[in-house]
Design a binder for this molecule. Sequence first.
Ligand code: ZN
Ligand code: ZN
Length: 87
Amino acid sequence: MTDVDRRDPSEDPRACSVCGVYIGFGGDEYCDGCAREIGGKPPLERCMGCGQRAPQEKMESVDISPEDEYYPTIRYLCRGCSGGASK
Ligand SMILES: [Zn+2]
Ligand SMILES: [Zn+2]
């Protein structure tokens, strides 16, 4: 049984299951945009230093809440603003 002519993006391991965009082998099931939209990845956050938006997992989280505050207030810094960029 050969059905090589059938090209369903949801069955192609190299394509995003939602929009069908090519991801490549070893990638996730969804492309970056779709993964964020369906909650599979953290949303984009705005850097409190320069205001640019970047994926949360690539940013430095900073707890700016006062010590007596029960709930933490988290802000994010991009790599450039957090000083983690290699020189
Ligand atoms: Zn997608
Ligand atoms: Zn920044």
